[in-house]
Structures are given as C-alpha cells and as structure tokens.
Design a protein around this ligand. Structure first.
Ligand SMILES: Nc1ncnc2c1ncn2[C@@H]1O[C@H](COP(=O)(O)OP(=O)(O)O)[C@@H](O)[C@H]1O
Ligand SMILES: [Mg+2]
Length: 449
C-alpha cells in the first residue's frame, strides 16, 4: 500500500526541459529525451523524510466483500493493496467463503473483473461449487494455474478489482529446485503475490492450508509477510464456523465472524449468542454462561467444567479448551485457598462450548463458578449470567463495557447477572436483576445456595 500510494503522488520532472508528469516515463514527451525523467524531491533539504502533516492521507476507502461477517473481521472491508491470508484446515470451508465473497464483489463492480486463481481444483469443479452456492457472476473470472508467473501475467492483463489465489501451497515459482508446497516455494510464491498486490494496489486474498497442529510449510511462516491473517475455524462435525483475525494491520484482532455451513453455502449468523447457547444442558452441574466482548460485539458463551476424582492416584489431569490453562490453574488455586474447594486430587476438564474462546479476565468468575458447580454437583441457575475478573486474594474485579454485556444477556432471556460490586454500583436501569459481589465467596454464595 505504502508503495502504491507513493507512486500515485510523487511528481516526476524532466531534467532537460522541466516537463512534469505524475508517472515515470522512459522518454520525455516534452523534449523527446530518453531517460531524462527523474522523481522530484518534494521538499529540497528535507532529505528523504516527509513532514507528517504533508503525507497524503489514505483514502480510507474499503471494498466490501458483500459478506457482513467477513467485512467485520477485516476491519470494515478490503483495503487497497492489502494481502489477506485466509488460513484453515482442509475441508473447513475456505474455498466456499472465498467463492461467495468473490461472487459478491464481482456483482458490485460489473465493469471490473474479479480474478480467482485455483491451483487445487479444475474450472469445472469450481463451477459446480458456484452452482451450489448461486455464485455465478459473469464478472468472476477463473483460472487454473500452477505457476505464479502465469497467474500474475494474467492478473496484469486483467487489472482485476480483487485477486484471489487458492491456495498458496499449490502454486510454484519456476526455476526453484524445490516442489510446490515446500517452505521455499510457499515463501517465494507469497513474496511475488505480495509484491504484485502492493505495486498495483489490488486487494489480494490468499488461501493457506494449516494442519491441526498449525504447521506444515505454510501459513505460520507467512504470517509476518501478509497484512492480515484470518483463521477459519470450527469443528467439521458441527455446522458453525468462526472467522477470526489473528493479525490485522488494518483493523482490530478482536472481531470474529460466525457462519453456519449449509448445503447452499455459508450463512451468516447474526445472533451468535443464541447459537452458542443452543445446546446448553439444563439442570446439570458445571455449566456457566458469561458475556464476553469480541471487539465491538458482546457474545454469550457457555463454559463447562467437569471435576472428577483422579483415577489411579497419579497426577491429576488438567485439560482446558478455549480458555488459557494458566488461568484455570490460577482459579483452581484461588478456589482451593479461599473457598476450601480442594481440586488438587481431581481431574479437571474445562471446555468452552461451540469452539468459542475466552480471552478476557472478565470470564474468570464464570470459569470458577463452573468448576465449583461441578465439584459440588449443584447446577447453576440457567437464566443467570456471570461476569467478573477474579484476583489472587479472591476479590472480584470490575469489567469493561458492562452495558453491552447486560444488554445482550437480557435480549437472550437472562433475568439475573452476578457481577462485580464496583460495576453494579454504577448501573442504573439495568435490563435484568443485578447481584453485585465483591469476593469469590460472595459470588459462590449467590450462585450455589
Ligand atoms: N455437495 C455439497 N453439499 C453440501 N455441502 C458440501 C458439499 N460439498 C462440500 N460441502 C461442504 O463444504 C466443505 C468443503 O468446503 P471447502 O470450501 O471446499 O473447504 P476448504 O477449501 O477449506 O478445503 C465440506 O466440508 C462440506 O461441509
Ligand atoms: Mg479449498
């Protein structure tokens, strides 16, 4: 982007006749001299540096993919020249999401082509998917390529609105010894695509496969080269998918997009809280609901804990999915010291339902409540939502953006919220009953008795 913007603004001048042009030209149209045109220095004496207020502002224009959830994760759409890596396990739905977005982009701009280069599938296969997804815009042009040079030559001829490559692992750079998909190849393919994107200012989407352990010559290594990394995740046995920004030079990394995989393609889930809570068990212990913030959006998620006598007297098992295991260890220790809930000889499993993740300390109290509920085998009230960070002294600390969280909970039918006292004191006219607590002990009393 930086390069493209600069190329558009820098003035060029002929050293012979003073002819000015915004583009560099080999021959001066003014005097006919060859190689006489040079970049003009905007402010002589200012060396190669530019005063901050004289840098031309970026237009800030973003290109909508036509998929709200996708745009949200991108930070509001595609930025000119930005290279976005769409990473995920094989079969998760990357090509589906990509084709849907490209089709909608092509529909928006009937006078520009959108170029989809596939190294994985034949054109007929892509057309079949296009039929299933109703993504058959005539402006969406397909190529099946294995050489990045061929793909970029075609892109140069077309000057597309957006370029997409599915996947970086299947293209190769001619003349390199290693085969497509090797570390060197993937890096070189990506480097050429990135160079092209920056030079032409074209938003470029790259698909990259990752394996369960996140590796194999691929996306991990590309992360620092591209502008944004969006990870497409989900359990293939479930229908929902989460698009998450792991890195974004042009937006927040807190946003997530939620989709449901249907026969006719990916459907945006506009109310993900309902989805995450859909299969929540009623009346069983170890389940607590918390409202977490994902960027600007509150999300209700269920955290489940299972505490069981450790088998065989060896060291107890500790498994945490969707929540940091260090955080669980800390909460376990506080429960033990402050509440007398002895968990050191217990196996502990903590899981966040629906593949969501809890990254905020605001979820501490809900995790602790789920653990205590399972340990005591007392179910928590299913219409209570739990908020609060837990400190080492067993104190419950305040959380941010409390109004949004309460609003979302009330909207989904929750009638009561256990929350930090410091938050509760400041709220007037809450949409549900508030129960402020200052300590873990007070919270457990309110929840488990
Ligand atoms: N004919 C079909 N009907 C319904 N769903 C399908 C069909 N074919 C593929 N899918 C769904 O699409 C998924 C594959 O998506 P795809 O976009 O090809 O994944 P990726 O590109 O990440 O490997 C499959 O796991 C399946 O859920
Ligand atoms: Mg694919």
């Amino acid at each position: 982007m930086a390069k493209a913007a600069r190329a558009a603004k820098v003035e060029h001048m002929c050293t012979g006749c003073g002819f000015r042009t915004s583009r560099w030209l080999g021959r001066c149209p003014g005097c006919g001299e060859w190689a006489s045109i040079v970049e003009e220095c905007a402010a002589p004496g200012a060396a190669d540096a530019v005063a901050i207020d004289r840098v031309p502002p970026e237009s800030g224009e973003r290109l909508s993919t036509g998929i709200g959830e996708f745009d949200r994760v991108l930070g509001g759409g595609l930025v000119p020249g930005a290279v976005v890596l769409l990473a995920g396990e094989p079969g998760i739905g990357k090509s589906t999401l990509l084709l849907t977005a490209l089709d909608r982009l092509a529909r928006q701009a009937p006078d520009r082509a959108v170029l989809y280069v596939s190294g994985e599938e034949s054109l007929a296969q892509i057309r079949m998917r296009g039929e299933r997804l109703s993504a058959l815009s005539p402006g969406l042009l397909l190529r099946s390529d294995s050489s990045v040079a061929d793909a970029l030559a075609a892109a140069d001829r077309l000057g597309p609105l957006v370029l997409a490559v599915d996947s970086v692992q299947t293209l190769h750079v001619a003349g390199l010894d290693s085969s497509a998909g090797s570390v060197t190849q993937v890096r070189d393919v990506a480097a050429r695509l990135i160079e092209w994107a920056k030079r032409t200012g074209t938003p470029t989407l790259l698909v990259g496969h990752v394996t369960k352990d996140g590796g194999i010559a691929g996306p991990r290594m590309l992360e620092h080269l591209v502008d944004a990394v969006l990870s497409f995740e989900g359990d293939r046995s479930h229908a929902y998918r989460i698009l998450r920004a792991c890195k974004n030079r042009f937006g927040s990394t807190n946003e997530i997009g939620v989709f449901e995989m249907k026969g006719k393609g990916l459907e945006e889930v506009c109310n993900p809280s309902a989805l995450f809570l859909a299969e929540r068990p009623r009346g069983s212990s170890g389940s607590a609901v918390v409202a977490v913030m994902n960027g600007t959006r509150p999300l209700l998620v269920e955290v489940q804990a299972l505490v069981a006598d450790a088998a065989g007297g060896g060291s107890a098992r500790r498994t945490a999915i969707g929540v940091d295991s260090g955080r669980v260890a800390l909460l376990t220790a506080v429960l033990e010291r402050k509440q007398g809930i002895v968990l050191s000889d217990q196996d502990i499993y903590v899981n966040v339902a629906g593949g969501a993740t809890l990254e905020e300390p605001a979820a501490d109290l809900a995790v602790a409540a789920a653990l205590a509920s399972s340990f005591r085998d007392v179910p928590l009230d299913p219409r209570t939502v739990i908020l609060g960070e837990v400190g080492l002294a067993g104190e419950v600390r305040g959380v941010t953006q409390i109004e949004q969280r309460l609003g979302e909970a009330a909207q989904l039918g929750f009638v009561r919220c256990i929350l930090p006292e410091s938050n509760a004191r400041r709220i007037t006219g809450a949409p549900l009953e508030l129960c402020g607590v200052g300590t873990l002990g007070a919270a457990m009393e309110a929840l488990l008795t």
